[in-house]
Ligand binder design. Sequence first.
Ligand code: HEM
Length: 189
Amino acid sequence: MRIFAPPFAVAAVLGLIAASAHAQGAPVQDSGDPPQASLLPPKVMSTEHPDEEAVEPYARSNANAGAAPFEGTALYEAFHGAGGVSRIVDGFVQRNITDPRIMGQFAATDLVRLKRILNEQFCYILGGGCAYTGRDMASSHAQLGSQPADMAAIVENLQAAMRDEGIPFATQNRFLAKLAPMKADVVTR
Ligand code: HEM
């Protein structure tokens, strides 16, 4: 009969042995770092937004948002203003990071920054008068290797978030029509 021990069980046993060796005063090399910490690059936080990770400097421009805004504030109001946009962004991001089709691409993402910048982008495009301070679509997606199917998943997740906010289908589509041409910049494979 073959005895199967999953790797975590082996690791747990090794951990116990190491712990007991330590307790008995056996020499244990101590780097002073918490376990694993030395394997990760140190996080550098932004000075402007201390709860966000710093990003490489880039030129800021509303043009980075990737689409011209709608005239007037009617569409922004139809999205229930800042509160509506914020709820849609939260629902959208939550779906993306739990969607098995695309969640891997968000694994290294600073979600605090992502949500702030998406709020700015949606508000700017919908005519809410916000400034967009994020990166342009091509450079912010260049490393992800997204495919056309990933874009379809993103659109589905955004549709679901807008539906949850009670945005009428035709109103959703007016916004999606602004985002659709960005596919050329975000899909790289
Ligand atoms: C029209 C479609 C899309 C729009 C409007 C959009 C919008 C944005 C915006 C505004 C940012 C933040 C830029 C910044 O940090 O300066 C961002 C980042 C990101 N997007 Fe998208 N995106 C789109 C498509 C996609 C797709 C298809 C994927 C992959 C499934 C994706 C994954 C990501 C990830 C992982 C980040 C964070 C990158 C990082 O960590 O720096 N996006 N997106």
